[in-house]
Ligand binder design. Structure first.
Ligand code: KIV
Length: 283
């Protein structure tokens, strides 16, 4: 090898230093965060690009919610989401996310079909998606199911208050105000071994009490500011939901207008033969 080449090689900066894989957020990190000044954050994602963006934003958890049935598939409730669909979206998101804890929803009605069925479904979710935990909507009546899944070594996040899978029984998407019931349900989830509990659409004062007294972190959605963490649906947060968003949502972007504007301008360029131009023409 000629000497000038050797010196060139010696003085070159190392090529492609090995990328540092970020350390994964674990259920232990979430437990340790309870009572700390920095609240936790969790956002939904259902596909590769938004899951990447969510992870890169530094959120603690990414939730593959059964809200996919509404915000992605245009259904009017989360009830139609199937186990196969949750596994399909869960696998994509788990591959895209390297730092945040990935949680996948157990779809209706698997938590109501007995411990064995729920454990089998949760195990499929864990094995086939590569996620770190499942989330399960339920009342104290599902405590044995949570305990069974946890006994199988699968971390479970509980979900009490407004349980969208029970929308017809609850008479609509409405605030849940029965404090005694909320306390019993949330405590049952924590006592059964859930590592965290989502509190959806409950009075802020009740959420504050639960967050102070439960032994595990709470994630609020429409539950006021005093939870250990907050969770929102990505499409609501970025302004991509087709319909009205719930009152508790703050929209941080207007993605719908941005996309609509881009499409309208592209179509106009096509129709005026302004696209493709010289820069987009190959050869
Ligand atoms: O399915 C979902 O997106 C959820 C959140 C609203 C917590 O359960």
């Amino acid at each position: 090898m000629p000497s000038d080449t050797r010196s060139l090689l010696r003085s070159s900066p190392p090529m492609n230093p090995p990328a540092m894989k970020p350390r994964r957020v674990t259920v232990l990190d979430l437990a340790a965060a309870r009572g700390r000044p920095r609240p936790l954050s969790m956002v939904t994602a259902y596909d590769w690009p938004t899951a990447r963006l969510a992870d890169e934003s530094g959120v603690d958890c990414v939730l593959v919610g059964d809200s996919v049935a509404m915000v992605v598939a245009g259904r009017t409730s989360t009830i139609p989401a199937t186990l196969e669909q949750m596994i399909y979206h869960g696998e994509i998101v788990s591959r895209a996310v390297s730092r945040a804890l990935v949680v996948v929803d157990l779809p209706f009605p698997l938590q109501h079909l007995g411990v064995r069925t729920a454990v089998e479904a949760s195990a499929r979710i864990l094995k086939e998606t590569g996620c770190q935990a499942v989330k399960l909507e339920g009342t104290a009546g599902q405590a044995d199911v949570i305990a069974g899944i946890v006994a199988a070594g699968i971390p479970v996040m509980g979900h009490v208050g407004l349980r969208p899978q029970a929308v017809h029984q609850l008479g609509g998407y409405r605030m849940q105000r029965d404090e005694d019931r909320l306390v019993v349900d949330a405590r049952a989830a924590a006592d059964a071994g859930a590592f965290a509990v989502v509190l959806e659409c409950i009075p802020a004062a009740v959420a504050a009490t639960l967050s102070r007294t439960l032994p595990v972190p709470t994630f609020g959605i429409g539950a006021g500011p005093d939870c250990d963490g907050q969770v929102l649906v990505m499409h609501d947060l970025v302004g991509l939901s087709p319909d009205r968003v719930p009152k508790f949502v703050r929209q941080y972007a207007d993605a719908k207008s941005t996309i609509a504007d881009a499409l309208a301008r592209w179509r106009a360029d096509v129709e005026r033969r302004k696209f493709p131009g010289p820069d987009e023409t190959l050869g």
